[in-house]
Design a protein around this ligand. Structure first.
Ligand code: NAP
Ligand code: G4F
Length: 343
C-alpha cells in the first residue's frame, strides 16, 4: 500500500495555510500544522478540518515558535515530513513599518532556522518558501522571475532576504527548496485589515448599521489580485515539479484599489463616493509599491497552472460572505442599499 505523504505547514491558521491544508487533506496527506501560542486560540479558519480530521490522525497541530530553532527541529526529527510549506509570516506590509525588527526575525531568520534544520536533520524534505510580489517594489510591471527586486518596506526586505536564503540552501547545499513569488491573493478568509477584505467587511457593517464610512489610505495604487484557492493549488504544484525552482503566480491583470471599490459597490448599486474617505493618514505608508502586475508564463507553461477565478467573482464571493456574517443575503442587502441611497 502507498504510504501517505507527510506535510508540515507553518501559518496553518492563516488564509493560505487553511486552504492549503484542505487541499492536501483531500489529496490524502497527513498534515502537521505548526502553531504559535496566542492568548486566544486562533483556529477559526481550520475549525472545520479539525473537526473532521484531527481525531483520525490526519491533521495534527503542534505548538512551536519561529524564534526557537529546537522547537522546529524536534518536530522535523520526530515526524520526518516529505514536504515543508513555510507560510507563517508577519504578512502586513503597512504594519511592518512599525515592527521592522520582528518582521525580519519571523520572515527572514525563521526561514534560515527551518532550512538549516532540514539540512542537518532531514535533507530529503522538500521546502516551499512563501515569497511575495512585494519584493519587486518599485520595479515597473510586468514583473516575472527575471525582474529585479526593489523592496519598499521592511516586509519586502524581509521577503527578499528569505528568497535568497532559500536559493542559497538549494544552490550551495542541494536542498529541494523552491520559492513561490505570489502576487496578491484574497478570499473570504482574508484578514480584516488588508484593503480588499476591509472594503467588503466594512460595507457589510455599513449596511447593518454598525459603521457609517470606510476610511482608506491611497486608493490609486494598483494590484494584481487572484483568489487564494487558486494560489494554494499553485503552491502545491511548485513542490511537485521535477526540480526545485522559483515561480511567479499571478493573474496578469492589474486594477487600482479604486477599481476594486467600484466593483464591490456596483454589486449593490451604491455610489461608493458616499461611503468612502481616502488619503487617511493612518493608512498611508512611508513608501508605496505603486503597481504590481505579474507575468506568470513560466508557471503556466511548466506547471500547467492557471487561475480559475476572475476579479468580479472574487469581489462577489467576498461581499456575499461578509453580508452573511451580518445576517443578510444579497436581496436583503440590495433593499437596504436602496434606502441608504435615497437618504
Ligand atoms: P495570513 O493570513 O496573515 O497568515 C499568516 C500566518 O502566519 C498565520 O497563521 C499567523 O498565525 C502566522 N504567523 C504570523 N506570525 C507568526 C509568528 N511569529 N510565529 C508563528 N506563526 C506566525 O497570511 P496569508 O495571506 O495566508 O499569507 C501566507 C504567506 O504568504 C505569508 O508568508 C505571506 O507573507 C505570503 N504572501 C501572501 C500573499 C497574499 O496576497 N496573501 C502574497 C504573497 C505572499 P496567527 O494566525 O496566529 O496570526
Ligand atoms: O491589502 P494591502 O495591505 O496589501 P499589500 O500591501 O499589497 O500586501 C499584500 O500583498 C503582498 C503581495 O504583493 C503580500 F506579500 C502581503 O503579505 C500582503 O498580503 O494593501 C494594498 C494596497 C496598498 O497600496 C495600500 O497602501 O492598498 C493600499 N491601501 C489603501 N488604503 C490600504 C488601505 N491598505 C490597507 N491595508 N488598508 C487601507 O486602509
Amino acid at each position: 500500500m502507498k504510504k501517505n505523504k507527510v506535510a508540515f505547514i507553518t501559518g496553518i491558521t492563516g488564509q493560505d495555510g487553511s486552504y492549503l491544508a484542505e487541499l492536501l487533506l483531500k489529496k490524502n496527506y497527513i498534515i502537521h500544522g505548526l502553531l504559535r501560542r496566542t492568548s486566544i486560540l486562533n483556529i477559526e479558519r481550520i475549525q472545520d478540518i479539525i473537526n473532521k480530521y484531527e481525531k483520525i490522525g490526519k491533521l495534527n497541530l503542534h505548538y512551536m515558535d519561529l524564534t526557537d530553532t529546537s522547537s522546529i527541529s524536534n518536530l522535523i526529527i520526530k515526524y520526518k515530513p516529505h514536504e515543508f510549506y513555510n507560510l507563517a509570516s508577519m504578512s502586513h506590509v503597512g504594519i511592518s513599518f512599525y515592527t521592522g525588527e520582528a518582521t525580519l526575525n519571523i520572515n527572514t531568520l525563521a526561514t534560515y532556522r527551518i532550512l538549516e534544520s532540514i539540512l542537518k536533520n532531514h535533507k530529503k524534505c522538500k521546502f516551499y518558501q512563501a515569497s511575495s510580489s512585494e519584493m519587486f517594489g518599485s520595479t515597473p510591471p510586468p514583473q516575472n522571475e527575471k525582474s529585479s527586486f526593489n523592496p519598499q518596506s521592511p516586509y519586502g526586505i524581509s521577503k527578499v532576504s528569505a528568497f535568497h536564503i532559500t536559493k542559497y540552501f538549494r544552490q550551495a547545499h542541494g536542498l529541494f527548496a523552491s520559492n513561490g513569488i505570489l502576487f496578491n491573493h484574497e478570499s473570504p478568509r482574508r484578514g480584516l485589515n488588508f484593503v480588499t477584505r476591509k472594503i467588503t467587511h466594512s460595507l457589510a457593517r455599513i449596511l447593518s448599521g454598525h459603521e457609517k464610512k470606510i476610511h482608506l489610505g491611497d486608493i490609486s495604487t494598483r494590484r494584481d489580485w487572484g483568489h487564494s484557492k487558486d494560489y494554494v493549488r499553485g503552491i502545491w504544484m511548485i513542490l511537485q515539479y521535477k526540480k526545485p525552482e522559483d515561480f511567479v503566480l499571478s493573474t496578469g491583470k492589474n486594477y487600482s484599489i479604486e477599481d476594486f471599490i467600484k466593483k464591490v459597490f456596483k454589486i449593490l448599486d451604491l455610489n461608493w463616493k458616499d461611503f468612502v474617505t481616502t488619503n487617511n493618514k493612518n493608512f498611508l505608508r512611508p513608501s508605496e509599491v505603486r503597481s504590481l502586475q505579474g507575468d506568470s508564463s513560466k508557471a503556466r507553461k511548466l506547471l500547467k497552472w492557471k487561475p480559475e477565478y476572475d476579479l468580479n467573482a472574487l469581489c462577489r464571493e467576498m461581499l456575499l460572505n461578509d453580508l452573511k456574517l451580518y445576517g443578510m443575503n444579497l436581496e436583503e442587502a440590495k433593499k437596504i442599499a436602496k434606502k441608504l441611497s435615497k437618504n
